[in-house]
Design a binder for this molecule. Structure first.
Ligand code: FES
Length: 159
């Protein structure tokens, strides 16, 4: 319980720091959310409440912005976050087979986190490197021209 309270306070502190950094300007909501997501790894409910009260933005609006963009997480993520491109050019390059190999190996569906807290799997739209599709990102690392057979080796790098 004490640990949770400490986390809640840390979340609020981080939210305040981000709001201050952008002088609480309403049109800076996205960079503010980005800063919080970067520092905590996701945007906790407590941080959204704080932003809402500091910036006079309805919480429902903050939740809808945070949920709309693939780059934001509203729940605690695993230690490694996989973003798999599901856009058409990667699909044409064979992403479906790669994605099946990935979900089978991890035993996760998009949006899920493994029970050991190691992996979070998400899908995303174009990552901007369509010429090397199929493409996925693991944390900050980008992998292109992936084949289903390469999935175990890629994941093993994060052991
Ligand atoms: S479509 Fe996959 S990276 Fe652009």
């Amino acid at each position: 319980m004490i640990e949770k309270m400490k986390n809640d306070l840390d979340f609020i502190k981080t939210a305040n720091k981000a709001v201050d950094m952008y002088h609480g300007k309403k049109d800076e909501l996205i960079p503010i959310l980005m800063k919080i997501n970067q520092e905590i790894g996701f945007i906790p409910k407590e941080a959204m409440e704080e932003i809402s009260s500091r910036m006079h933005i309805p919480q429902s609006q903050i939740i809808s912005v945070a949920s709309f963009y693939h780059m934001f997480f509203t729940k605690q993520t695993g230690r490694h976050v996989i973003k798999f491109c599901k856009s058409a050019p990667c699909h044409v390059a064979g992403s479906r087979e790669v994605f099946n190999a990935l979900t089978n190996k991890l035993e996760l569906e998009p949006g899920e986190t493994s029970s050991d807290g190691k992996w979070t799997l998400t899908t995303t739209s174009c990552l901007g490197v369509c010429s090397v599709g199929p493409v996925m990102m693991v944390d900050e690392d980008i992998y292109g021209n992936i084949t289903p057979n390469q999935i175990p080796d890629i994941l093993a790098k994060y052991e």
